[in-house]
Design a protein around this ligand. Structure first.
Ligand code: PEP
Length: 251
């Protein structure tokens, strides 16, 4: 069984004061988390603040996005090197909100994945289908083509240095969670697809589930054979809920 990973995605929420309180409330709940890696992805302007707050803890820092470019005249972008310089260990790439609201393509996501690796970060590749794609029976095909773009860009050996987060778009921020069986079926499909390239790396690849994970459903999701943890949005803004979710990953 792979070590569990739980990543908080704070999205565009927080202030310096509320961030401080959330971390202070969270730290006691995250005591004794042996065997679980926890990371927090705050908004970009708060990365330095979180790096300070998390400094003496085992909680890692991550970014919600990364530029595919290394440096230059790219106004508003943040490079992998800058994220690493700020103390990040992880970078989300291809979150569905980036894909749907900001037009990120599979090709761009693949370049971001590679940029994160180049900067020494662990990319967290988000994959997921819309409800229409699921109803049309196209879930595996959609996930397959999102994955293929990254595999073609970097190859299986490099892909395996990252993390994959299966996040059905219909479950993100909606309160509607994939059932443990639905999530497990897609995770198994992803692992089988990777195993066709390299069974050893596929077995070790961390596959996280994201989409309305809550304190109440985390344990059941994390108990599935191919679910190695979670990417948590809304519930990560509540110290009690996020603490319970992280504890559920220990089981
Ligand atoms: C996310 O933003 O990655 C996410 C899974 O959000 P939520 O947990 O709120 O559905």
């Amino acid at each position: 069984m792979n070590e569990k990973i739980v990543i908080a995605n704070w999205k565009m929420h927080g202030t310096r004061v509320s961030n401080h309180k959330l971390i202070n409330d969270l730290l006691p709940a995250l005591q004794g988390m042996d065997g679980v890696k926890v990371a927090i992805c705050p908004p970009m302007p708060y990365l330095a603040q979180l790096a300070d707050l998390l400094g003496d803890t085992t909680i890692a820092l991550g970014a919600q996005n990364i530029s595919e470019r290394a440096q230059g005249a790219f106004t508003g972008e943040v490079s992998g090197q800058m994220l690493a310089d700020l103390g990040c260990g992880y970078a989300l790439v291809g979150h569905s909100e980036r894909r749907s609201l900001y037009g990120e393509t599979d090709a761009q996501v693949a370049m971001k994945f590679e940029a994160a690796l180049r900067a020494g970060l662990i990319p967290v590749l988000c994959l997921g289908e819309t409800i229409y794609q699921r109803r049309a029976g196209n879930t595996n095909a959609v996930i397959g083509s999102q994955l293929k773009a990254v595999l073609e860009q970097v190859g299986i050996e490099q892909l395996a240095k990252g993390v994959i987060a299966y996040e059905p778009v219909w479950a993100i921020g909606t309160g509607e969670t994939a059932s443990p069986e639905q999530a497990q079926a897609v995770h198994q499909h992803i692992r089988h697809s990777l195993a066709a390239k390299n069974p050893r790396l596929a077995a070790r690849m961390p596959l996280l589930y994201g989409g309305s994970v809550k304190a109440e459903n985390a344990a059941q999701l994390f108990a599935q054979k191919d679910i190695d943890g979670g990417l948590i949005g809304g519930a990560s803004l509540d110290a009690d809920a996020f603490g319970t979710i992280c504890q559920a990953a220990r089981i």
